[in-house]
Write a protein that binds this ligand. Structure first.
Ligand SMILES: [Zn+2]
Length: 78
């Protein structure tokens, strides 16, 4: 189970769709929010490569992963 505040590195599989804060440590850049989709992999930063971490801020299920909008039955996860 993923808990809020857990950090993920580039290459890791995205566990939950939602809003993540991207924290760059390889160059000056304010943290900023991005949307990530479950099942894909967190990408490397174009500037600092793997020196970026993603912190889950808010889960938000992808519309096509929701049972009411998907044509197939999926596990009831975000
Ligand atoms: Zn970066």
């Amino acid at each position: 189970m993923t808990s809020k505040g857990e950090r993920f590195s580039p290459g890791a599989t995205i566990p939950n769709s939602g809003i993540y804060s991207a924290v760059h440590s390889g160059h000056p850049k304010d943290d900023h929010e991005v949307t990530c989709i479950r099942g894909k992999k967190f990408p490397e930063c174009r500037d600092c490569g793997a020196k970026v971490e993603f912190v889950l801020m808010r889960k938000a299920r992808h519309v096509r992963h929701h049972e009411l909008f998907s044509g197939e039955a999926l596990p009831a996860t975000t």
